[in-house]
Design a binder for this molecule. Structure first.
Ligand SMILES: Cc1cc2nc3c(=O)[nH]c(=O)nc-3n(C[C@H](O)[C@H](O)[C@H](O)COP(=O)(O)OP(=O)(O)OC[C@H]3O[C@@H](n4cnc5c(N)ncnc54)[C@H](O)[C@@H]3O)c2cc1C
Ligand SMILES: *[C@@H]1O[C@H](CO)[C@@H](O)[C@H](O)[C@H]1NC(C)=O
Ligand SMILES: *[C@@H]1O[C@H](CO)[C@@H](O)[C@H](O)[C@H]1NC(C)=O
Ligand SMILES: *[C@@H]1O[C@H](CO)[C@@H](O)[C@H](O)[C@H]1NC(C)=O
Ligand SMILES: *[C@@H]1O[C@H](CO)[C@@H](O)[C@H](O)[C@H]1NC(C)=O
Length: 507
């Protein structure tokens, strides 16, 4: 049952009146109010600062037009900004690295965007076991500070991605085989909650919030200003990228599922993913297998779990290197400047046949998309990322995270689709067909008893039911925690753009 059309019309008129009242009453204009509360930190359209802040990885985000950006310089200023916005009931969003693919993910069109760019701290504690990382950093800022000290954290794999979104949604890392995801390695969070108070969330303080922020995203709970991350000794990393023609997929898939089920468990220092990409440059498909070993073997030998791939014929290139995290993360970074989408689901990795069939479905999908694109540039990626049993087990530390994956749910494979394109007119066909492809993968895996259903938030399409897929227990606990820290539903109502648990009905 929805509201009747006449009620909808009345609501629309009421909303329009309120909006014009806010615009007409300068005291209720959020950007003016923020400029009084945070002098010098509000940036209006057409300023150089606004243009710099409105840079995002995906063009779909960069096209949003916030009324202003606000750039708080400290925790008190985040608190003041949040109080100002909630008092005025003004819609807002929060930006860290701005790497969400879809429009509005971390920018509020016609609202206010809080840009955390000034939260630049990277401080290594004197015992070398903890690093305090400000919420506005990119991973490159962290690795540039840690590489020279022979330290690392469980963080993102690509240089320019923001620390905040990646950690709050989960965070797949080169080091996950022994340590779990990025969120599992947070010692504590400093966070400004709905009331404007700054609180600490850790295993000993506000444990419910500590649990929720490890995979529950930020926007239901508060604005994190800094993370205390567990640091560990780490020298250069062994990396190996092999590119094969697309036709090799059939040979490679059984090797990759075997690696994911067995090899990664035997050798938890190993990390791997599999990409089948349609590349307009070669008008065809290519497979990229990426392999990592956190402590290189003597003479930089290929770890035995990756050996089978070395002898698959037809490799177009095969590059092995030992490099620091900074160099590696820059090598796999993806430049901004395209329209982007991501969608994902997860399946059992017991059956190589399932992945062969997913590849066929992907091939049809690509051909249909190319037909619709009529020659305009479009690049697609089908990505398999294993969550091997050792990773699921490592996620149980610190009382477990919010993702809802129990040891008995593992192992599982994330199946992810991502597309880069340039023509805005293709948005709806790209979104619609990517959604359908992921739905088809779910239907097929269900029919074979191989469905897992966990959706990784940070690779999800805008309309995917991320929290629903965390399972009832985790979902209910997230809702309860959100209700405790945001009892009036202010964040739920006003913080726009990303995945939120819902406690209230909103207009
Ligand atoms: C090239 C590339 C490589 C990637 N590599 C990896 C990878 O190796 N592993 C992996 O797991 N994922 C990876 N991802 C996915 C990545 O985790 C997500 O895109 C993530 O959301 C990016 O974080 P961000 O801070 O840049 O995003 P933003 O778009 O800035 O933020 C994402 C969400 O978090 C909210 N938010 C931001 N800052 C805060 C804060 N301080 N407090 C509360 N909420 C906040 C925003 O409001 C928004 O809702 C990659 C993405 C790209 C584009
Ligand atoms: C992070 O590093 C980039 C690239 O070196 C630099 O431009 C940026 O200012 C740094 N950001 C912070 C928050 O230190
Ligand atoms: C921390 O690392 C630095 C740089 O390697 C080193 O000089 C220092 O002795 C280390 N401190 C401890 C307590 O291990
Ligand atoms: C990483 O390695 C490269 C190449 O050896 C080197 O130039 C660079 O300074 C190193 N980076 C850091 C942050 O240590
Ligand atoms: C996968 O491999 C099969 C067998 O070689 C081939 O027919 C198919 O075209 C390949 N798919 C892609 C997308 O390259």
């Amino acid at each position: 049952m929805g509201p009747s059309p006449s009620k909808l019309a009345l609501k629309a008129i009421a909303a329009a009146c309120l909006a014009s009242a806010a615009a007409a009453d300068p005291d209720r204009d959020p950007c003016r109010a923020l400029a009084r509360a945070l002098p010098g930190e509000v940036h209006l359209p057409d300023s150089a600062a606004y243009r710099a802040e409105n840079m995002y990885w995906s063009n779909r985000q960069a096209e949003a037009r916030p009324r202003c950006f606000v750039t708080p310089r400290g925790t008190m200023e985040v608190s003041r900004a949040l109080k100002t916005l909630t008092e005025l009931r003004a819609p807002f969003s929060v930006k860290s690295g701005g790497h969400t693919a879809f429009e509005g993910g971390s920018g509020a069109d016609k609202g206010v965007t809080i840009d955390l760019v000034n939260f630049r701290e990277v401080t290594v504690w004197s015992d070398n076991k903890t690093v305090t990382v400000g919420a506005g950093n990119r991973w490159i800022n962290v690795s540039r500070a840690l590489d020279p000290l022979g330290l690392a954290v469980v963080g993102g794999r690509a240089a320019d991605v923001g620390v905040s979104g990646l950690i709050l949604g989960g965070g797949i890392s080169y080091f996950s085989g022994t340590r779990g995801w990025a969120c599992d390695n947070v010692r504590s969070f400093r966070v400004v909650v709905s009331s404007g108070d700054a609180v600490t969330a850790s295993p000993t303080e506000n444990q419910d919030l500590y649990w929720a922020l490890r995979g529950g995203g930020g926007s239901s709970f508060g604005i994190v200003v800094s993370f205390d991350l567990e640091a560990f000794p780490q020298a250069d990393l062994w990396t190996n990228s092999i590119i094969f023609p697309g036709a090799s997929n059939k040979t490679l898939i059984p090797l990759f599922t075997h690696l994911s089920n067995r090899g990664l468990v035997e050798n938890p220092q190993a990390h791997a993913y599999f990409v089948l990409s349609y590349q307009p440059g070669i008008s065809g498909f290519a497979v990229l297998t990426s392999f990592f070993q956190s402590t290189p073997l003597p003479n930089h030998a290929v770890p035995s779990v990756f050996q089978p791939f070395q002898s698959v014929p037809g490799a177009v290139s095969n590059v092995a290197q030992v490099v620091n995290i900074s160099t590696q993360s820059m090598a796999i970074d993806q430049p901004s400047g395209s329209r982007q989408t991501w969608w994902d689901t997860s399946v059992s990795m017991a059956s190589p046949k399932l992945f062969e069939d997913i590849v066929s479905m992907y091939e049809d999908y690509v051909h249909k998309l190319l037909e619709a694109a009529k020659g305009s540039k479009l690049t697609t990626f089908l990505v398999f990322q294993p969550i091997s049993q050792n990773v699921v087990d490592a996620m149980q530390k610190n009382g477990g995270n919010a993702l809802g994956l129990k040891p008995s749910d593992g192992p599982l494979m994330i199946v992810q689709i991502s597309v880069q394109w340039s023509d805005k007119n293709l948005d709806s066909v790209v979104e619609g067909s990517s959604q359908s492809l992921i739905e088809d993968v779910e239907t097929l895996s269900k029919a074979r008893g191989l469905f897992r259903g966990f959706i990784y938030m940070n690779y999800a399409g805008k309309s995917q039911d991320v929290f629903g897929r965390y399972g009832r227990e985790s979902y209910d606990r997230l809702k309860k925690t959100a209700f405790r820290w945001d009892p009036n539903g202010l964040l739920e109502d006003l913080w726009k753009g990303y995945f939120q648990v819902r406690n209230f009905e909103h207009d």
